[in-house]
Design a protein around this ligand. Structure first.
Ligand code: BDR
Ligand code: CA
Length: 328
């Protein structure tokens, strides 16, 4: 089997971390690098989380620190208000009363990993994306599961990026094609696009053919993991880490929303998805900040929007890959 070369751009993040575990466990993938971005937590935390995960999983890959804030706005994160059972966006320094960061204080729920050991590279996240794409034209799949700041900067650095990459898969947006198509951070917006809508606009305008896995697919209650699923993780380093991460979401929210692992899964097996071609327009102001409108009528050069996934297949593959102890 020939290895699929992956570059991950992300903001770990509990579900980003599960995507890293999946990518590291699968014999289909070679992870060339991971660029980090401010998103679920401040950049220092998402970067340290990525490095700790790479060390713990004994991955042979490099973490590159990316953007510390969105292109033109301050960085906001999602806070969970337990009493009200809802999520609100706010800056780090403006934590709402009683609010808890949705992904836990440091971004990985209550999972604590040993401090990272390696030194951080000087190359920035966006530069690393460009370098990987130039090194092996049309071979690298970029899976972006955080705000799109790094990808937008990479595109500005290298306008040929869309043709240099084999594929771009984005976890982002809410396409309103199903009843799960509303937002998760505001009524209209999905978190990653809300966080940096200007970057998302640049990316969707620049990347024809980008694959978008949005809330229509990932927020469908049938496409989530529940308490009954965690027993399927066996022993071993990867499986116990996954159990600990997912356990936090189960205890806190009663479910694990597999947003980012599902985006990765498109790179793993695109035949498990149904898609439509449409052009994504991103709202940047007022109540429409972060809103994604998929316009089928102007679909020429548009994106591929996931509308359905075979979740049973995903679940089976996730457990099969993560439970294999060969690299433990
Ligand atoms: C996305 O936002 C974050 O909470 C998750 O990591 C995922 O990338 C879902 O809206
Ligand atoms: Ca993420």
């Amino acid at each position: 089997m020939s290895l699929r070369m992956l570059f991950l751009d992300m903001d770990p993040g509990v579900d980003d971390a599960i995507a890293i575990i999946f990518a590291s466990a699968s014999r289909k993938f070679s992870v060339l690098g991971i660029s980090t971005v401010a998103g679920n937590a401040p950049i220092e935390d998402t970067t340290e989380n990525a490095r700790r995960l790479v060390d713990f999983l004994r991955m042979e890959t490099t973490v590159f620190k990316g953007a510390s804030k969105p292109l033109v706005r301050p960085h906001e994160i999602a806070y969970w208000l337990p009493g009200e059972k809802r999520v609100v966006p706010a800056r780090e320094t403006q934590r709402p009363d009683g609010g808890v960061p949705f992904h836990g204080e440091k971004g990985l729920g209550d999972t604590r990993l040993p401090r990272s050991r390696s030194s951080l590279r000087k190359v920035s996240g966006p530069e690393a994306i460009v370098q990987a794409a130039r090194k092996d034209p049309e071979a690298v799949t970029l899976v972006a599961t955080g705000p799109l700041t790094n990808v937008a900067i990479a595109l500005l650095l290298e306008p040929k990026l869309p043709t240099l990459l084999s594929k771009l898969v984005v976890m982002g947006g809410a396409y309103g094609k199903t009843r799960f198509g509303t937002g998760n951070i505001t009524e209209n917006a999905e978190f990653n696009v809300y966080c940096d809508p200007e970057a998302a606009k640049i990316v969707f305008e620049g990347f024809a053919g980008a694959v978008c896995v949005g809330l229509d697919v990932t927020a469908d209650p049938q496409n989530m993991l529940y308490e009954r699923d965690v027993g399927r993780f066996r022993n071993g380093r990867k499986a116990s880490l996954a159990r600990s991460l997912i356990g936090y979401d189960l205890r806190t929210y009663g479910r694990f929303e597999a947003h980012d692992p599902l985006a990765l899964y498109y790179a793993y097996d695109s035949s498990a998805f149904r898609t439509v071609r449409a052009r994504v327009e991103v709202g940047t102001t007022g109540a429409l900040r972060g809103h994604t409108n998929a316009k089928a009528r102007t679909a020429k050069n548009g994106q591929l929007i996931a509308t359905k996934v075979d979740f049973e297949r995903f679940r089976k593959d996730l457990f099969a890959e993560i439970n294999v102890p060969q690299k433990d």
